[in-house]
Design a binder for this molecule. Structure first.
Ligand code: ADP
Ligand code: MG
Length: 279
């Protein structure tokens, strides 16, 4: 058997996933035998593709270092060479929420609610610290061995410091097409908290339905659908879920439900006793 590559105190294993800028490996801490995940980012990749250079990476590190929450992937340490950055984080065993939805076809209403509660708990924690994820989708949400969510991939997140240097609104068009809020598609600027809430709405819809509320193979037609904001719920959707979905996927960010309102919603609160919303 070929020897596994060693990186510092870690033995690198198989590739867990690939994204636009990074490769994620399973690894083992040699001394303790503990599993970790190591996200490797090629610096040159980033600066060559969109000119964001080290700033983007520094931002991801400083954001993730601040976050300690039961439903957010924990960052252990950051290592760097001249050309690469290594994020050592918790290994999350159950893979992506995306794969679990795909395998099951769709989630039951109870399972969707449990996942949604944990997602909102994590997002609320970030927002209360002035951190907006901006790329919430089932590929960036992992499931641990207990079936609990771990929000991951803060590669695109923005902090309020950054926002304050503008006009109070964000202007970068980012995120993944199917999860992007309508106001992100305009040049007017948007509020990171409200667009994260929109993405949470798409995620809830996808869990319940097993497909997207706004979809077209043609990107421009898909954006048109998002912009219009008309969607239909599958026939098995309960009135309570329909109601909260229509509030989450409200194309007007001013009237869209806020996290504070979500937390007060009776459908959302069912069986909530295990989740703290202290901050
Ligand atoms: P990118 O910024 O390139 O999208 P991600 O951080 O989303 O990178 O990681 C890419 C993929 O790697 C994820 O979609 C997931 O499948 C896998 N992955 C990432 N972090 C972990 C982790 N901590 N544990 C297990 N798998 C992970
Ligand atoms: Mg990702």
């Amino acid at each position: 058997m070929p020897e596994k590559p060693i990186f510092g105190k870690y033995e690198l294993g198989k590739v867990l996933g690939c994204g636009a800028f990074a490769k994620v490996y399973h690894a083992r801490e040699i001394n303790s035998g503990k599993s970790v995940a190591i996200k490797v980012i090629n610096k040159s990749n980033i600066s060559n593709t969109n000119g964001l250079s080290d700033k983007r990476i520094e931002r991801e590190v400083s954001i993730m270092r601040q976050l300690q929450h039961p439903y957010i992937v924990r960052l252990h340490e950051v290592l760097a060479t001249k050309t690469k950055i290594y994020f050592v984080m918790d290994y999350v065993k159950g893979g992506e929420l995306f794969t679990q939805i795909a395998n099951k076809g769709r989630f039951s209403e109870d399972l969707s609610r449990k996942c949604f509660q944990q997602l909102i708990s994590a997002v609320n924690y970030c927002h209360s610290r002035g951190i907006y994820h901006r790329d919430l989708k089932p590929e960036n949400i992992l499931i641990d061995e207990n079936g609990d969510l771990k929000v991951s991939d803060f590669g695109l997140s923005a902090t309020t410091d950054q926002i304050q240097s503008f006009d109070g609104l964000l202007h970068t068009v980012c995120g993944s097409p199917a999860y992007v809020a309508p106001e992100v598609l305009t040049i007017k600027g948007y509020d990171g908290a409200k667009t994260d809430v929109w993405s949470c709405g798409i995620i809830l819809y996808v869990m319940i339905a097993g497909y997207f509320p706004f979809y077209d193979q043609n990107l421009m037609l898909m954006y048109k659908k998002i912009y219009k904001g008309e969607f239909r719920c599958p026939k098995w959707t309960s009135p309570d879920v329909k109601r909260i979905l229509s509030r989450l996927l409200d194309i007007n960010p001013e009237t869209r439900i806020t996290i504070e309102e979500i937390i007060k919603d009776p459908w959302f609160r069912k069986g909530l006793k295990f989740i703290k919303f202290s901050e």
